[in-house]
Write a protein that binds this ligand. Structure first.
Ligand code: UDP
Length: 140
């Protein structure tokens, strides 16, 4: 076990329904500590850059539109095995397949509007944290 940092987004479907606190509570109960957090309106360029890995996928344009459809809360989460712990509490991408006790089972509306993003590896976590945060904005 190692202390890690990972990157999370509370997506527009969740901020719209005033679920920032409820989602954050589930993250904290999973052993993750919020060491940086800010509510932002993503620009189209930011959303396209952030999801560039998916740009050839059929859902890319809709996903970018969704991610800029309202405010998001970007967060850095710290804890033991934070990348895996966050992926576990998030649940499957498609909420129909998400396990009980996960954020997406509790709150996701659809495979697109699925309430949270979480880095899928430690390398991507570093890249994604750097995409949104300056080092001095993270207070462990
Ligand atoms: N997504 C979508 N349709 C799909 C697959 C994914 O709209 O068929 C969206 C969804 O919001 C998902 C994001 O694209 O969270 C990134 O997809 P990924 O496969 O990386 O899933 P995640 O890591 O978020 O579970």
């Amino acid at each position: 076990m190692a202390t890690e940092r990972t990157f999370s987004i509370i997506k527009p479907d969740a901020t719209r329904r005033n679920l920032t606190g409820a989602v954050t509570k589930m993250l904290e109960e999973a052993g993750l500590r919020v060491v940086a957090s800010k509510r932002i309106q993503m620009t189209q360029a930011q959303a396209e850059g952030f999801y560039a890995v998916h740009k050839e996928r059929p859902f890319f344009n809709d996903l970018v539109s969704f991610m800029i459809s309202g405010p998001v809360v970007v967060q850095v989460l710290e804890g033991e095995d934070a990348v895996a712990a966050n992926r576990k509490v998030m649940g499957a991408t498609n909420p129909a397949q998400a396990e009980e006790g996960t954020i997406r089972k509790a709150y996701a509306e659809s495979i697109e509007a699925n309430s949270v993003h979480g880095s899928d590896s430690l390398d991507n976590a570093k890249i994604e944290i750097d995409f949104f945060f300056k080092p001095e904005e993270i207070v462990g």
